[in-house]
Design a protein around this ligand. Structure first.
Ligand code: GLV
Ligand code: MN
Ligand code: MN
Length: 420
């Protein structure tokens, strides 16, 4: 059995950072990073990842949903696989590492284990859509791999009205065959994802790495207040201003979510008729609500809804709420948490004998893959906890530790593996 190569391979870490820079140059924004599903930039990113996968000794292919995949050549064609990966798509104005780091670290580990004797196959995946930036619905790539692709998603449209099915055809895929990307539980032993923390807890604790216990339960909604659009000369008492209702509601959401330890974000708002001298008749806004458990999320929502209804009554507005995304919490598999804990311990980094455990507020491909395989995640410290922003930053020595820890985790799984 191969031994993990511990000691902080800075050459590999620098290669990961250089590759992240190269991927960042494939953006559809002139002054920032944005790379969305089924775009020319997605094509360029897949081509780069495929080249790096081949250099790491993997056989590379693109699956039916546009995920870039690789598998250790010749190593047990019939064996079930341990799958390593993350995503290559980004939010608008993104940093260089959200998702990307996990793909690049996985490729480094595959390269290191190129000649190792493993009792399972080893695969790497670079998912095409985790963020949902282009078509509004998230985790499209990982849900296709997990076999939970919904055929009606072909009809989703982007901001320019382009249907997902047409974007897929232009990308070179057959939209009718997205379901073929599905993998079975028999094919996948485990999914391991490395990701930047996207929060400050590791940095606050002076730790480079942490083991993820679970990924937060989330729900996204569109909340619409409808009042009356009128001339701005209308007296106060006759107004039914939808935007004032929404404004009060957004502050109430912050108050309730803070009090209950949930995470709530209103990131988008739409006003009609959107004119300087007309009282807004319609205000529709998004709400992304997350909590460690679905029960916690739902009880926070009950309290929020109570406030939203009271505001509607008090201001004489109609209230409409629709749900656009619902995800339960996903608990990381105990054996994969243990593998990552022993992977971190093998790095001999500060405090690595007692690895920090933390839950993920951010959503990840692992949430989708959990439908088909046990999942485990390793978090890497990022400066200031900043993410979904151009200032996202990771330290090269932390990346070196992450490569060591992921390799050691895979070898730990190999040592314990009992074929059924
Ligand atoms: C993705 O980054 C999410 O947490 O929404
Ligand atoms: Mn993200
Ligand atoms: Mn991500």
């Amino acid at each position: 059995m191969a031994e993990p190569r511990i000691g902080g391979d800075m050459t590999a870490a620098e290669r990961v950072l250089d590759r992240a820079d190269e991927l960042a140059s494939h953006s559809d924004l002139p002054d920032g990073i944005e790379r969305v599903y089924l775009s020319p930039q997605h094509r360029a990113a897949n081509d780069l990842a495929a080249r790096w996968m081949r250099e790491a000794g993997l056989v590379a292919w693109e699956d039916a949903a546009g995920n870039q995949c690789g598998r250790r050549a010749g190593a047990g064609d019939q064996l079930p696989a341990v799958l390593l990966g993350s995503h290559l798509d980004t939010v608008p104005g993104a940093g260089r590492y959200d998702g990307i780091l996990g793909v690049l670290v996985a490729i480094e580990v595959a390269a290191r284990l190129r000649d190792a004797e493993l009792p399972f196959a080893l695969e790497v995946v670079a998912f095409g859509d985790e963020e949902g930036t282009r078509f509004g619905t998230t985790l499209l790539g990982s849900r296709a791999l997990a076999g939970t692709w919904q055929p009606e998603w072909g009809g989703l449209t982007d901001a320019d009205g382009i249907r997902l099915a047409d974007a897929a055809t232009a990308f070179g895929l057959d939209p009718a065959r997205f379901g073929d990307a599905a993998r079975t539980p028999e094919e996948l032993l485990a999914y391991l994802e490395v990701h930047i923390e996207q929060g400050p807890r590791l940095e606050d604790a002076d730790r480079a790495l942490g083991v993820v216990t679970a990924i937060a339960a989330a729900e996204r909604r569109v909340i619409t207040y409808t009042g009356e659009s009128r001339h701005c000369a209308t007296p106060w008492d006759l107004r039914h201003d939808a935007l004032l209702g929404a404004s009060e509601a957004i502050l109430a959401i912050e108050r309730v979510a803070r009090a209950h330890g949930s995470y709530a974000t209103v990131g988008r708002i739409h006003v009609e008729p959107d004119a300087v001298n007309v009282i807004p008749g319609v205000a529709a806004f998004s709400l992304d609500l997350r909590d460690e458990t679905a029960t916690g999320r739902d009880s926070t929502w009950e309290r929020i809804l109570h406030e939203l209804e009271a505001i509607a009554v008090q201001r004489g507005l109609d209230l409409d709420v629709s749900s656009t995304h619902l995800a339960p919490e996903v608990v990381c598999a105990p054996e994969l948490r243990a593998a990552f804990a022993s992977g971190i311990a093998a790095t001999n980094d500060r405090g690595s004998d007692e690895p920090m455990e933390l839950f993920s507020v951010a959503g990840h491909d692992a949430m989708a893959v959990a439908a088909v395989a046990p999942v485990g995640m390793l978090f890497v410290r990022c400066r200031g906890g900043i993410s979904h922003h151009a200032d996202e930053s990771v330290r090269a020595d932390d990346v070196a530790l992450a490569i060591d820890a992921l390799e050691a985790a895979v070898l730990q799984l190999a040592a314990e593996y009992q074929p059924s």
